[in-house]
Design a protein around this ligand. Structure first.
Ligand code: SF4
Length: 402
């Protein structure tokens, strides 16, 4: 589930690069990463006719194979390592390196076969098991990958990369909570920045919900340094979702409009969904760091959205504009969105106090009109337009099983 940094749309590039780094480390540890010479194995060697000579030559091929891995030449590496294994089939280091090289060149089936054979001989080869898990993940054989990763953690609980991979495997098995837990453990185990994202979360809106459930849970616990949404949607939506989440959690300074709107109900005087959509479109990516509300009725709208910087509530074919809960102007209903954009732009440039100053001559009149329309609407539709009492009675009845 949770991805490490430098993710892109390619399949598991982060995991692949982690494995590549581990390969390089393995090659360097073997003292071979910079070897460029032909070595004994590549020289015209004397005929091999003793066990010792075969073993020595096998080790030479192993060194050359590891050097080729260090230089990123996986094809050459696999040739050298297969030669090493031909000479000495039980040379576990050669099989381990061969598995790593095959994985890195994308031969997943070959890598899985070699690594499984190696782990038969050497159960505690954690790097090999990690690579096997990565290959199984790439094959989307999640349950086998999970079993391998859990085995690594049993053997080497400090292996942070396994926690990350386990998170990935658990998430793919539909176990979001397990993935979150794996990332908590990763955060405890390592002291470097962590990147959060839910791999292949899917299309909107479900993808955003799944990704947010994972990312927000961890961010709220102080885990995670960068995030990424991976949605089956326009990449702009991914950026929007990430920005919205960070702004909602107060982890990023607001740069754009935060448009809120009421859910609409029996009191709504307009099509709230449509007007909110129009407002969203009109504001687009404008950099105005305000919270703006679209409310369906003047009866409750200004009160419900009193904390918004700016809002508009419909009533009697009019739009009642309010700033921080105080009426400032009245516009025709079909000008509601234009008025919102115009006042938001003004407040963005000049501030809230300037908006009150601007409304000095219209405020009182706006307040009276809102009150009149509120009274008219309540009179016309009554206090219980949503038939709340009737619904409460019905719920109680259902609760009693009647
Ligand atoms: S009472 Fe008015 S503001 Fe509240 S949800 Fe209904 S229409 Fe919207």
């Amino acid at each position: 589930m949770i991805k490490s940094s430098s993710s892109s749309r390619a399949r598991r590039p982060d995991l692949k690069s982690a494995i590549a780094s581990l390969l390089l480390v393995a090659a360097i540890q073997a003292g071979c990463a910079t070897a460029t010479g032909p070595g004994r194995a590549a020289q015209k060697a004397a005929p091999v006719d003793t066990l010792e000579a075969r073993r020595a030559q096998a080790r030479d091929y192993l060194g050359l194979g590891r050097a080729a891995i260090g230089q990123g030449d996986m094809a050459a590496a696999t040739m050298q390592l297969r030669e090493a294994l031909r000479l000495q089939p039980e040379l576990v280091e050669a099989r381990e390196s061969l598995g790593l090289a095959l994985y890195n060149m994308g031969d997943l089936d070959g890598a899985i076969e070699e690594l499984r054979a190696l782990l038969h001989q050497k159960r505690d080869a954690a790097l090999a098991r990690l690579t096997l898990a990565a290959a199984l993940i790439a094959r989307q054989d999640w349950s086998s990958a999970r079993a391998e990763l859990e085995e690594i953690l049993r053997q080497q609980p400090e292996l942070a990369q396994a926690y990350y991979s386990l998170g990935l495997a658990r998430y793919a098995l539909g176990d979001l909570n397990g993935a979150i837990e794996a990332y908590r453990q990763l955060s405890d185990a390592v002291d470097h920045p962590l990147h959060l994202g839910v791999t292949e979360a899917g299309p909107l809106p479900g993808g955003v919900i799944k990704a947010t459930a994972g990312i927000a849970t961890l961010l709220a616990e102080g885990i995670g340094d960068t995030i990424r949404y991976s949605l089956t949607a326009d990449p702009v939506e991914e950026a929007r979702a990430g920005r919205a989440l960070l702004e909602a959690m107060g982890l990023r300074e607001r740069k754009n409009i935060d448009l809120i709107a009421c859910p609409s109900c029996g009191r709504a005087e307009i099509d709230v969904i449509e007007v909110a959509r129009q407002a969203q479109e009109a504001f687009g990516e404008r950099e105005i760091p305000l919270q703006v509300a679209v409310m369906g009725c003047v009866v409750n709208g200004p009160g419900e959205a009193r904390d918004a910087d700016l809002g508009i509530a419909a009533g009697n074919k009019k739009g009642h504009l309010f700033v921080r809960g105080q009426n400032v102007a009245v516009v025709p209903e079909d000008k509601m969105v234009d008025a919102l954009v115009e006042w938001a732009t003004f407040i963005g440039e000049h501030g809230v106090d300037a908006a009150f100053e601007r409304a000095r001559s219209t405020r009182e009149q706006a307040r009276r009109e809102a009150e009149r329309d509120r009274a008219a609407l309540t009179g016309a539709h009554g206090d219980d337009v949503n038939r709340s009492e009737q619904r409460v009675k019905l719920i109680r009845k259902l609760g009693r099983g009647e």
